[in-house]
Design a protein around this ligand. Structure first.
Ligand SMILES: Cc1ncc(COP(=O)(O)O)c(C=O)c1O
Length: 429
């Protein structure tokens, strides 16, 4: 049974039936790249809940638009800022300065340093999506390498990585299913295994130092299955890279911005493991598309005017929202709340796992980025959750992923996990 909302809460879509017809007709005009459930069309959201007014359903949302709406759906302050800013200036390109993009860049650097992130953070490149932020990072690392030696262009990435779908970011994304249909990508990419001995990983980088420009890693791997990378691995990788002029890129697109209980996931690490470049997107605009590539002086010194660009990057609407997001997340009280919610979530999920030890092999994660690894792909569990009014996504082959709004209410966590437990019980009865 779907959870239903009172019809009075949805005045805008009382004529649901006709909207349904329009949707069915228009669906034919979208390319075949997504498999979406039938009978689900999101029309509005509020914090950690989503509403489908076409079909009359309410959902608890443990996906937050894939770790994007960290401050909740339809955050009233975000709406207010977008409205106000849109009356002043929506776009002017990167031909000219805007106060919003200058202020946001300064804020990202300032808050990063203040909250234990990249200690030598220096400059910001603003763009529009995660894949673009990584694209910039890879270009910057290659430029740095090429300036040392024209052959120093290669990239190191890791098994289970996900960095995006454009050709550069795709080249360093592990899942062959995403890469192979597109033929030739960036050459000279090596995928290493993070579970290998650190000395083995280090030897690989040292031996090929004249051919490697950069290394890219998610401090907590997201799409690949929610795998937090051990601190000692990142410390050791950074050391060997620093010794061999290899630029270290941390992809914080999913795990950054408060998700792990610190402003950045790499803020859990000692200074010597901080990256040369890190990338942020998703939560940066709480749903408004904006992303950032943050670099130190060493990287910036390799860049020249004209090396990279984007028409929309740093547009005033996105920057105005992001300033608010940064101010809200970079706050010890807010982050303490995230950690409290995460502990609550984790403990309850472990209890569920203990009731189904054969079906759920492990619960792992960091902060509110949590995975429950099943013995088999949890497709039926996810489907059952949806039927019962809970949205959950997968990660890797067999992990159910929980990345709710960081502002999710405790009772909504509880209610959502009740549904999850019911779904697991129903599937494995
Ligand atoms: C770690 C990571 N990097 C990059 C991306 C790509 O971001 P976008 O979809 O905004 O291009 C994602 C998206 O899921 C991600 O999780």
């Amino acid at each position: 049974m779907f959870r239903r909302y009172l019809s009075t809460t949805a005045p805008k879509f009382q004529n649901g039936a006709s909207l349904k017809k329009i949707l069915q007709k228009d669906e034919a005009f979208q390319v075949t790249t997504y498999a979406r459930p039938a009978n689900l069309c999101i029309t509005r959201g509020k914090n950690a809940k989503l509403y489908d007014d076409v079909n009359g359903h309410e959902y608890i949302d443990f996906t937050a638009g894939i770790a994007v709406t960290a401050l909740g759906h339809s955050n009233p302050e975000v709406s207010r800022i977008l409205g106000e800013q849109s009356k002043r200036l929506i776009h002017s390109s990167n031909l000219y300065y805007t106060a919003e993009s200058l202020e946001l860049s300064a804020k990202i650097i300032e808050k990063t340093k203040q909250f234990g992130g990249q200690h030598d953070a220096s400059k910001v490149f603003l763009c529009n999506s995660g894949t673009e932020a990584n694209e910039a990072a890879l270009k910057f690392a290659k430029k740095h390498g090429i300036m040392i030696n024209p052959k120093k262009q290669g990239l190191v990435a890791f098994q289970n990585s996900f960095h995006g779908r454009t050709m550069g970011a795709l080249s360093v994304t592990w899942n062959a299913k995403y890469r192979t249909p597109f033929g030739d990508l960036i050459p000279n990419v090596s995928f290493l295994n993070l579970n290998d001995e650190l000395t083995k990983l280090q030897s690989f980088i040292k031996d090929k130092k004249n051919d490697i420009a950069g290394l890219i890693v998610e401090p907590v791997q997201g799409e690949g299955g929610i795998f937090p990378v051990p601190a000692e691995t990142l410390i050791g990788l950074k050391k060997i890279c620093a010794d061999n002029d290899v630029i270290v890129i941390y992809d914080e697109i999913q795990c950054g911005l408060g998700r792990t209980g610190k402003l950045w996931a790499h803020a859990h690490l000692p200074k010597e493991a901080h990256p040369d470049i890190f990338t942020a997107a998703k939560a940066l605009g709480n749903g408004f598309p904006i992303a950032a590539t943050i670099v130190n002086e060493k990287v910036n010194n390799a860049l020249r005017v004209g090396d990279h660009g984007t028409t929309y990057g740093g547009n005033p609407l996105g920057c105005a929202v992001s300033k608010y997001v940064m101010d809200t997340l970079a706050d010890e009280t807010f982050l303490a709340q995230v950690n409290k919610k995460a502990e609550f979530f984790y403990k309850r999920l472990v209890k569920i796992q203990q009731k189904f030890p054969k079906q759920i092999k492990q619960v792992r994660g960091k902060g509110l980025m949590i995975g429950a690894e099943f013995a088999e792909p949890p497709t039926e569990v996810i489907k059952k959750c949806r039927e019962l009014g809970l949205l959950v996504i997968t990660a890797g082959k067999s992990t159910a992923r929980f990345v709710p709004a960081l502002t999710i209410e405790d009772e909504v966590i509880e209610e959502g996990l009740d549904i999850f437990e019911k779904a697991v019980a129903a599937v494995y009865a």
